[in-house]
Design a protein around this ligand. Structure first.
Ligand code: GSH
Length: 329
């Protein structure tokens, strides 16, 4: 674990001294947008036109933020349009590494050893964290974006003229509700588990874990009324939640001490998790070996022995019966 400072790699853990033990996630710095015609998007510079074969995604199969982008690539039928490299599951003194084992592909574009070297190709004086996912432009040889929330929005619409996909996971009439739910779920759940797990004071941990379970309780109730968060059809909000729920019982309950309840203890949330998991193509994007090995072996401050627990047994292929649910009137 580490970061780049003025283009030099430094092996440092998260600093929580200034924040009374609270983990504060840094803002992603590459914020350009691929658009259908190459026009400038909501932020950054223009010039990134959607074209088949031009862009490459760097992901970790362990990382929930990267997982969203893989799910969108799958659902939006972008597998022939956007290529992918998968980093190794271990993230230790040199950060994310390229290796070829257990589904990690190595760096297909440049044969690099470490992801930080890719960041340096985009900006030789970069300072900041070296995170996945990264959307890379093979034409301009630079990073388009390293912000998953924005990459999935690009994948949702920019390439439709190429793929012919009509699926809209961020439909105009639901945008307001999706944004509102995303804001709560990001803070309390997606990032909430990290705030609990990386807290270095009891107070910071309890604050995060309490808010996390209050939000899961709220979502459990909501999913007793409708099949998905916003009705009969899954949207971006559901896929963003899915990536965290998938990792919850196998990792966050133990490793991040998010153990007031398990997802298995919530009838609606656990059936909903299986419902999403069983949708066509989704299981292919889920890799429990990367997920468990990454967290338990990379975060040595939390789990110094690096022992990976054998359980729990979670049967994601069990029936979910959620197709019977109807949206409340
Ligand atoms: N806001 C970013 C966060 C991505 C992120 O934090 N990824 C983690 C992996 S789960 C990472 O690469 N961490 C490396 C680090 O913080 O040094 C996004 O959603 O794309």
């Amino acid at each position: 674990m580490g970061m780049l400072v003025d283009g030099k790699w430094q092996d440092v853990w998260y600093d929580t001294k200034e924040t009374k033990g609270r983990f504060k996630r840094s803002q992603s710095q590459f914020r350009n947008w691929v658009t259908a015609d190459g026009a400038v998007g909501p932020s950054g510079a223009g010039g990134f036109k959607a074209e088949a074969g031009r862009y490459h995604l760097y992901v970790s199969l362990a990382c929930p933020w990267a997982h969203r982008t893989l799910i969108f690539r799958k659902l939006k039928k972008l597998e022939d349009t956007i290529s992918v490299s998968v980093v190794d599951y271990l993230m230790v003194e040199n950060g994310w590494e390229f290796k070829t084992r257990d589904g990690a592909t190595g760096d297909d574009l440049f044969g690099l050893d470490y992801l930080y070297q890719l960041y340096l190709k985009a900006d030789p004086t970069y300072s900041g964290r070296v995170t996945v996912p990264v959307l890379w432009d093979k034409q301009q040889n630079t990073i388009v974006s390293n912000e998953s929330a924005e990459i999935i929005r690009m994948l949702n619409s920019a390439f439709d003229g190429i793929t012919g996909s009509a699926l809209d996971l961020y439909p105009p009439d639901l945008r307001h509700e999706i944004d509102a739910l995303n804001a709560v779920i990001y803070d309390k759940v997606n990032n909430g588990v990290y705030k609990a797990g990386f807290a270095t004071t009891q107070e910071a941990y309890e604050e995060a874990v309490t808010a996390l379970f209050e939000t899961l309780d709220m979502l459990e109730e909501r999913l007793g009324i409708s099949r998905y968060l916003l009705g009969d059809t899954a949207t971006e909000a559901d896929w963003r939640l899915f990536a965290t729920l998938l990792r919850f019982d196998p990792v966050y309950v133990g490793h991040f001490k998010c153990n007031i309840r398990r997802i298995a203890d919530y009838p609606n949330l656990s059936a909903y998790l299986r419902d999403l998991y069983q949708q066509p193509g989704i299981a292919d994007t889920c890799n429990m070996l990367h997920i468990k090995n990454h967290y338990y072996q990379s975060h040595k401050t939390i789990n110094p022995t690096g022992i990976v627990p054998v359980g729990p047994v979670v049967d994601l292929d069990a029936p979910h019966a959620r197709e019977k649910m109807k949206r409340a009137a």
